[in-house]
Design a protein around this ligand. Structure first.
Ligand code: ATP
Length: 505
């Protein structure tokens, strides 16, 4: 729902999560800045990913490669020749679109029809409803699914062949109208390369042309032997990286879902040729479990297996998330074969083989990639967390139910009174200076306590520790729970242990 996305965007700005870039100059399209709360949430997402991918796997290590790479990298990877999107303009509105996205949005209409049938049937059959059975047998569902498959197949084939005329024909046959003016008056489809380029050094000629990386993966591929040798890694092993990537997206809308500068969290897993399918399946499972463990709602995820594959892949699937705009790609899991490493061998003239001491032979490993957009993950967390509630006393609140471990602040320490002579601020400060070694804490003494609770709700702080007159008598404080509003009283000695218990994943 577009309205929800608007609300989330406004909330993110009002509470210091995300600001439009260079706002005083009216902003820059599809560029955003993370504010004081946003950067904390973003760092926590990074850390959650890094810990589970690197620290929890003995055979995965990390790197941090530079954004600039030798230009031949992008020739070898296929990006110079093939990293294009099909672009189309509407002649009346003069608006520019990605032709494939227009078609996909059309497909979403059939998906919505299927969802409607499912909801209807769920209501009718109640407990006895078998969704899998229903999807496989209901004639309306089957008709809509067949239409989706047919359109997706044709789009995939045309994209693969670079048959731009057929993509235009498909848009016309489906009667797709310009979303803004309703006009069907389209130009031809053109290819548009998504890489940003600039010049290295002071001489601006073509030989100095370099690119901003459009994915972080290539920094891993060109370093894989360095890491393997210096880290004495044995196949199977993985290399992880978090970093910025740049794509000159034709249309960049929908807040931080599609930006021109964004961050990726990628892991390339190097395996023995022939074993890639097992690892592909195993990483699909690990990654979906990672998402589900966060508690954003299991129903909010689904897999989308690709029928049409990119030039480098022999299997690929997306993990899709239910964003306010519907189910959309959040993460990709790709079996990239030996395409990248072979291409780099060819272009660099260097051998990129791994010597397998068990088999006593050398080979170029196959690669399974998991690639997730950090900003998209951020949007997923915000979308699932954003809640408007009417409380029992009739008052309303907007609360971000962010998983405790990811929240910008885990704890807010609040003295009931601000007045120094009450002794409460001093006590609260004392508690805070002990807690801040273990938790990101916020201290707040301004305004009535109810108002302060609302402020913490709005930035997603899961626990408020309140220091009141009783604290000075018996050294106990209350812990208020953001989600169910319950309050428990605990002694200051046991406070840290109690908070540890409730904030860990
Ligand atoms: P899409 O089809 O949405 O353009 P993609 O299939 O090109 O995405 P990949 O190349 O597989 O995406 O990139 C891996 C991940 O990087 C995506 O799953 C997504 O989370 C993230 N990502 C890609 N492009 C963008 C972007 N423009 N802005 C934000 N995140 C992005």
């Amino acid at each position: 729902d577009d309205n929800l996305l608007k609300k989330i965007t406004a909330h993110a700005k009002e509470y210091g999560f995300i600001f439009p870039s260079s706002e005083i100059y009216d902003g820059l399209a599809a560029a955003y800045d993370y504010g004081q709360n946003g950067v904390e949430l973003k760092n926590n997402i990074k850390q959650y990913w890094w810990k589970s991918m690197v620290q929890m796997h003995e055979n995965i290590v990390g790197i941090d490669a530079s954004i600039f790479m030798h230009p031949t990298t992008w020739k070898a990877s296929g990006h110079v020749d093939a990293f294009n999107d099909p672009l189309i303009d509407n002649k009346d509105s003069k608006k520019r679109y990605r032709a494939d996205v227009l078609i996909e949005e059309h497909i979403a209409k059939y998906e919505a029809k299927i969802e409607k049938e499912v909801t209807k049937a769920e209501k009718r059959f109640g407990e006895a409803f078998d969704k899998v059975q229903f999807l496989a047998t209901n004639p309306n569902v089957l008709r809509n699914q067949a239409k989706i498959d047919e359109i997706e197949n044709r789009l995939g084939t045309s994209l693969e062949k670079g048959d731009l005329a057929d993509i235009k024909a498909l848009i016309e046959e489906l009667g797709i109208a310009c979303p803004i003016s309703g006009s069907k008056n389209w130009t031809d489809v053109r290819q548009f390369n998504l890489m940003f380029s600039t010049e290295l050094g002071s001489v601006a000629d073509d030989s100095n042309k370099i690119y901003l990386r459009p994915e972080t993966a290539q920094g891993i591929f060109v370093n894989y032997l360095n890491v393997q040798k210096t880290g004495r890694m044995k196949i199977p092993f993985g290399i992880a990286q978090i970093g910025k990537a740049f794509r000159n997206e034709i249309i960049a809308r929908q807040f931080i879902f599609r930006m021109r500068e964004f961050e990726q969290m990628e892991m390339q897993f190097f395996v023995k040729p022939g074993e890639e399918m097992e690892w592909y399946e195993s990483w699909k499972e690990k990654r979906i479990n990672w998402h589900k463990a966060l508690g954003l709602g299991e129903d909010n995820y689904r897999f989308h297996d690709h029928i049409n594959l990119a030039h480098y892949a022999n299997a690929a699937a997306d993990i899709e998330f239910r964003f306010p705009m519907g189910f959309k790609e959040l993460e990709g899991i790709h079996s990239r074969t030996d395409f990248d490493l072979k291409a780099h061998e060819e272009h660099s003239g260097k051998k990129l083989q791994f010597f397998d001491t068990v088999e006593n032979k050398s080979y170029v490993p196959y690669v399974i990639e998991t690639s997730i957009g950090l900003d998209r993950m951020f949007l997923a967390v915000l979308s699932a967390a954003y809640t408007e509630e009417t409380l029992e006393d009739g008052s309303e609140r907007t609360v971000l139910k962010i998983p405790a471990a990811l929240a910008p602040y885990q704890v807010a320490v609040l003295p009931l009174l601000k007045k120094e002579d009450s002794g409460l601020p001093q006590k609260a400060r004392e508690i805070m200076s002990d807690l801040k070694f273990d938790f990101n804490c916020q201290y707040d003494e301004k305004d009535a306590i109810g108002k302060r609770y609302r402020r913490q709700d709005a930035i997603g702080t899961p626990f408020c520790v309140t220091v009141d007159h009783q604290t000075l008598e018996d050294n106990t404080v209350t812990i208020r729970d953001r989600d169910d509003l319950s309050q428990i009283r605990v002694s200051v000695e046991e406070l840290k242990a109690k908070l540890k218990e409730v904030t860990s994943l």
